[in-house]
Design a protein around this ligand. Structure first.
Ligand code: DAT
Length: 190
């Protein structure tokens, strides 16, 4: 049994996943006692371990080899049997085994103008901006997560529109980690 939970921070590109992960890690390291949470950027794994088969010019994105990617993720997080504490940063929950992840946080930016500006400022082409805006409007990531993780409270949607949402969401996740530790009898470990 892991001593810390694994958390998947998911959501449409631009909703604030990486920013939120960094804030979670920062709060965790400053906590007393500190929580040994670690950032697992799936984007980095895709690139560094060549888990892709090509590049989609229209959508300006690598074509991910999901089987290879999930093999690499499994190695990294030790199939969920490791010590845990991974804060996983990826736009999707597809391919993840339910047992690897204790909490799925889906960040949401319902203010389409705000998301549009974030995506445009990345230099994304219109097609890519539109594809991501549609995904966010239809709640694609959230639906996918709820289909896989059906246990009560395992999928939470958090609003990520304004700057203060980042800190509030990070605080909620860290509080959730503490509760998980208490519930799983890990309260005395750091
Ligand atoms: P993601 O990892 O989901 O693609 P990001 O963390 O890289 O998103 O954030 C994209 C940009 O948007 C970045 O400049 C920070 C900004 N941003 C994200 N969430 C925000 C929020 N809740 N308030 C203000 N800015 C935010």
């Amino acid at each position: 049994m892991r001593s810390l939970p694994n958390i998947l921070i998911a959501g449409t590109p631009g909703v604030g996943k990486t920013t939120t992960c960094n804030e979670i890690l920062s709060l965790a390291s400053q906590a007393s006692p500190p929580l040994n949470l670690k950032h697992l950027s799936i984007n980095d794994i895709v690139k560094e371990r060549t888990c892709h088969t090509g590049y989609d010019e229209e959508l300006q994105t690598l074509i991910v080899d999901e089987d290879k990617l999930m093999d690499e993720v499994e190695k990294e997080i030790a199939d969920g049997e490791g010590e845990g504490g991974w804060v996983i940063d990826w736009h999707s929950t597809a391919g993840f085994a339910v047992r690897w992840v204790d909490l799925v946080v889906v960040l949401r930016c319902e203010e389409t103008k705000v998301l549009f500006d974030r995506l445009s400022s990345r230099g994304y082409k219109d097609e890519k901006v539109q594809e991501n805006m549609d995904a966010e409007i239809f709640g694609v990531v959230s639906e996918e997560a709820k289909e896989a993780w059906d246990e009560e409270g395992q999928v939470v949607e958090l609003r990520s529109v304004a700057a203060e949402d980042i800190e509030e969401n990070a605080e909620r996740v860290v509080a959730w980690v503490r509760n998980w530790m208490k519930y799983h009898g890990q309260g005395s470990t750091g």
